[in-house]
Design a protein around this ligand. Structure first.
Ligand code: HEC
Length: 203
């Protein structure tokens, strides 16, 4: 859209609304390299990332009670998804784009029949995915989240769905501190997803 403030006949109100439209789209263009970017309420809560189960599934670390003295903080599978366009950008450049979102959905394992919580299925003895049980999201926005190294962290509960429609930003100690201390690269535990994240050679 061409913006011509000197054009006669345009009312001040129209000019003002044109200006706001331009100013508003500046925010959106910060997320130019993702397709589905984060949406925030006026007070900074993150809206639930609708459709995330159709994003790219990149890994599923598992920390069962049976291997953690029956006291695992997160005994579930940790199913990690990333927004597809953000992943494409990362694979091309090795950098997560502004607006990149990662979702970690917890998923309980089916009830065990052995003391370590495992059970036997056709494929063998092990842990088998059961009910979803909570959701965490990390969002890259270097301007919005300056105090937590450019990423914001949001917890949508540690229980079965339905999940809340929005979540407040988590405090530094609750989430970001551990990612700052231990994440492999730019606040993400990329080391666990290497097989998928390695830059693809050009054809
Ligand atoms: C004590 C350390 C620690 C804390 C605290 C922590 N995380 Fe993580 N987070 C991890 C580890 C380790 C992984 C890698 C996958 C796994 O093992 O679950 C991870 C993975 C993630 C992922 C997937 C992307 C990635 O970085 O690998 C998201 C999203 C995430 N965490 C969000 C959160 C949120 C939201 C909170 C706070 C509610 C939080 N984390 C608190 C250690 C932590």
């Amino acid at each position: 859209m061409k913006f011509r403030p000197s054009l006669p006949g345009i009312s001040a109100a129209l000019l003002a609304s044109a200006w706001f439209a331009v100013a508003g789209s500046a925010g959106a263009s910060d997320y130019a390299n993702v397709e589905v970017g984060p949406k925030f309420t006026a007070s900074g809560e993150l809206l639930f990332p609708e459709g995330f189960r159709r994003w790219v599934f990149i890994g599923s670390p598992l920390t069962p009670h049976g291997l953690n003295n029956n006291a695992a903080g997160f005994p579930e599978f940790h199913n990690v998804y990333v927004e597809p366009a953000a992943l494409d950008y990362y694979m091309r450049t090795g950098v997560w784009p502004e607006g990149a979102m990662m979702v970690k959905e917890l998923q309980l394992s089916q009830e065990g029949t052995f003391p370590d919580g495992s059970r036997v299925e056709q494929s063998g003895r092990g842990y088998f995915p059961g009910t979803p049980n909570g959701l965490d999201v990390s969002v890259k926005d270097s301007k919005r989240f300056t105090e937590t190294r450019g990423w914001g962290f949001f917890n949508f509960g540690h229980k079965a769905p339905p999940y809340p429609a929005k979540a407040a930003r988590a405090g530094l100690e609750e989430c970001a501190a551990c990612h700052i201390a231990s994440a492999h690269e730019d606040m993400v535990f990329t080391g666990f997803y290497q097989h998928l994240l390695a830059p693809m050679p050009e054809k």
